[in-house]
Design a protein around this ligand. Structure first.
Ligand SMILES: [Mn+2]
Length: 341
């Protein structure tokens, strides 16, 4: 799957490095944290000094993962993060392919002249690293990272802790192997991880059944009061203002997966979720079938991602961002129907 020339180069680079910093994307999800911490455990097994520096906090439902407590949150520990970057001789980017995705860390990272490696499964990578391992066909960065470790001949360094982390990302990025997971390769990787004696049922329980009370209340509110259908396009959207987030005691990760719920309605194949946070509007888009939400987001919400799952942002006020969606989606949908015919 990956050029052996590239993996040879990567192996040499890791062997020569001593202080390795792993960077996930802003608001890291299960795949970003899973691949960061999985690689951390493997590289520590190889006797490297390894540190995960996240651009922002990770969601609480991932705090059971071994090593998560040691991750530096740049938003809260800027000087510690900067110190860590200064000492580093290798950076590994996981689960993103554009420096825009590290938020305020962007300038700092761009200024570092050390070697950089990218391991990612999003389409259209930007040239952000010396060694770019970009496999959009992969279900998740965790699947890809585990595959790379195997190709490097380091399977023995994948401990049960590491395997749990890698498994988590595969599970969260595929909705427990329900989408984005038709490639037999994914199951080969899952089989390899299960051989490490992980408790997959426990991981499922920890990730999907550890909702906070505040998240459940917020979910009830958004589904009950905020979901609007656009039946002509088979679409739905929901939005949450900063006031609503405060009212419901929002914690990072609380809205994770909300965007998927409207797709559970018969006839709804496109879903959007808008949230006012940190002075901007964060957008999430999902679709079923061929409708390319990544292209729609790229054109209208400075975003991108996968065909069926994309992110984006808007600097418009929330009401106007939502209005833009209501205006642009029907136009794009018409164009999509024509192009598809
Ligand atoms: Mn991912």
């Amino acid at each position: 799957m990956i050029d052996s020339f590239k993996t040879d180069e990567l192996k040499k680079l890791i062997e020569l490095s001593q202080n390795i910093v792993i960077v996930p994307h802003l608001n890291p999800d299960g795949d970003a944290m899973g691949s960061s911490l999985g690689l951390l455990h493997v590289l520590e097994g190889l006797k490297k000094q390894v540190q995960v520096v996240s651009p922002s906090a990770y969601p609480k439902f991932l705090s059971w993962m071994k090593g998560s407590g040691g991750a530096i949150n740049y938003e809260e520990e800027k000087s510690k993060a900067e110190e860590t970057f200064r000492k580093a001789d290798l950076l590994i980017f996981v689960d993103f392919n554009s420096l825009k995705r590290v938020g305020e860390m962007q300038e700092l990272i761009a200024s570092l002249s050390i070697k950089k490696v990218m391991i990612d499964h999003h389409p259209y990578p930007e040239n952000i690293a010396d060694i770019m391992i970009s496999v959009p066909e992969s279900s998740s960065t965790c699947e890809l990272a585990y595959h790379v470790i195997n190709q490097l001949g380091w399977n023995e360094y994948v401990s049960a802790d590491a395997a749990e982390c890698f498994y988590t990302g595969i599970m969260t990025d595929t909705g427990s192997l329900s989408y984005n997971s038709s490639n037999p390769e994914t199951y080969r990787m899952v089989a390899g991880l299960l051989e490490k004696d992980i408790d997959k049922d426990k991981i499922h329980q920890l990730v999907f059944h550890s909702n906070s009370f505040s998240r459940m209340k917020l979910l009830g509110h958004v589904l009950g009061q905020k979901m609007i259908l656009m039946e002509d396009q088979g679409a739905a959207y929901m939005c949450l203002s900063a006031e609503e987030l405060t009212e419901f005691g929002f914690q990072p990760g609380d809205t994770e997966g909300f965007v998927n719920y409207p797709l559970g309605i018969e006839g709804i194949n496109i879903s959007a979720f808008f949230m006012e946070k940190d002075g901007i509007i964060k957008c999430s888009f999902r679709s079923r079938g061929d409708f390319p939400v990544n292209k729609f987001s790229e054109m209208n919400f400075s975003g991108g991602g996968h065909r069926n799952a994309a992110g984006g942002m808007s600097e418009l006020p929330l009401v106007e961002a939502v209005q833009k969606y209501k205006n642009e989606l029907p136009k794009f949908y018409q164009k999509y129907l024509k192009d598809a015919l």
